[in-house]
Write a protein that binds this ligand. Structure first.
Ligand code: NAP
Length: 251
C-alpha cells in the first residue's frame, strides 16, 4: 500500500511574523497581566500603561493614568520611541464602585465611566493615529458579561461596559476600510483581585449560574484577546466575544 501524505491543514500555513508593538493598559495584575504575558510569549514587543508598578518582566512599563489625556499621550510617545507605533492596543484598565442605584453617588458613577469608558476612548483615540497612518491595527476592548446581562449594584459598571460595544462598532464602521479591526472581549467571572473582592455569597451565586461550573482564568481571556489581535482575525470586527463559561448566553 502506498504511503499516504497527511492532509495539510491551516496550521501548516503558519509562518513566522515580525514582532508587533503591543500596548495593554493595566498589565501589572489580573487579566491585563495575563494578556501582556501572552503577547510576550508569542514574541511581540509589549508595553503597558500602569498607575502603580509591577508589570511582568520583559514588559515595558510606563506610568500613566487613563483618566488623563496628557498622561496617555505622554505614555504613548514613550512606548512608540521604544517599540515603534502601536499596532495592537488592548484597553483593559477598569474599576468598580458598586452600590445600589438609589445610593450611588455622582462621583461613583462618573469615576467608573471615566476609567472604563472614557479611559478606553483616550487610549484607542491615541493609538488610532499610528494605525491609520500604517493602515493596520488591532483594537481590543475589555468589556464584561455585566454590560449586556446587567448586575444589581453595578449600574455604573454595566453602563461603562455596554458603552464599549458601541465604541468598537463605531470604530469598525469608521476605520474598517483601513485594515483596522475593533472588537470586544466580554469576560464573565474571572478569578482576579476584582472578583475576590466580592462577598462570598455573591461569588457562590455566580458559580451556581455558570454552565461550565467554574470561574474563569485570566489566561483564558488572554487567549481570546490574542486571537482577535491575530492575522487570522482580519475579518472579525465589531464582534463581542464572551469568555464567560456560558454565563451570559443570549445577552
Ligand atoms: P484588577 O485586578 O482590579 O486590575 C485592574 C487594572 O486596571 C489594574 O492594573 C489597575 O491598576 C488598572 N487601572 C485602574 N484604574 C486605572 C487608571 N485610572 N489608569 C490606569 N490603570 C488603571 O481587574 P481585572 O479583574 O484584572 O480586570 C481587568 C479588566 O477586565 C477590567 O476592565 C475589568 O472590568 C474587566 N473584567 C474583569 C472581570 C473579572 O471577573 N475579573 C470580569 C469581566 C470584566 P492599579 O493596579 O494601579 O490599580
Amino acid at each position: 500500500m502506498p504511503a499516504t501524505t497527511p492532509p495539510t491543514g491551516p496550521t501548516d500555513a503558519v509562518t513566522e511574523r515580525a514582532p508587533r508593538s503591543v500596548l495593554v493598559t493595566g498589565a501589572n495584575r489580573g487579566i491585563g497581566r495575563a494578556i501582556a504575558q501572552r503577547f510576550l510569549a508569542s514574541g511581540d514587543r509589549v508595553a503597558t500603561i500602569v498607575r502603580s508598578g509591577g508589570a511582568p518582566d520583559g514588559v515595558l512599563e510606563v506610568r500613566g493614568d487613563v483618566r488623563d489625556t496628557a498622561s496617555v499621550d505622554a505614555a504613548f510617545t514613550e512606548v512608540e520611541a521604544a517599540h515603534g507605533p502601536v499596532e495592537v492596543v488592548v484597553a483593559n484598565a477598569g474599576v468598580t464602585r458598586d452600590g445600589l442605584l438609589m445610593r450611588m453617588t455622582d462621583e461613583d458613577f462618573a469615576e467608573v465611566l471615566d476609567v472604563n469608558l472614557a479611559g478606553a476612548f483616550r487610549v484607542v483615540r491615541r493609538a488610532s493615529k499610528g494605525m491609520i497612518r500604517s493602515r493596520r491595527g488591532r483594537i481590543v476592548l475589555i468589556s464584561s458579561v455585566v454590560g449586556m446581562y446587567g448586575s444589581p449594584g453595578q449600574v455604573n459598571y454595566a453602563s461603562s461596559k455596554a458603552g464599549l460595544v458601541g465604541m468598537a462598532r463605531s470604530i469598525t464602521r469608521e476605520l474598517g476600510g483601513r485594515g483596522i479591526t475593533a472588537n470586544v472581549v466580554a469576560p464573565g467571572f474571572i478569578d482576579t483581585d476584582m472578583t475576590q473582592a466580592l462577598p462570598d455569597d455573591r461569588q457562590q451565586a455566580y458559580l451556581g449560574s455558570i454552565p461550565v461550573g467554574r470561574f474563569g482564568h485570566a489566561d483564558e481571556v488572554a487567549a481570546a484577546v490574542h486571537f482577535l489581535a491575530s492575522d487570522d482575525a482580519a475579518y472579525v470586527s465589531g464582534a463581542v466575544l464572551p469568555v464567560d463559561g456560558g454565563l451570559g448566553m443570549g445577552h
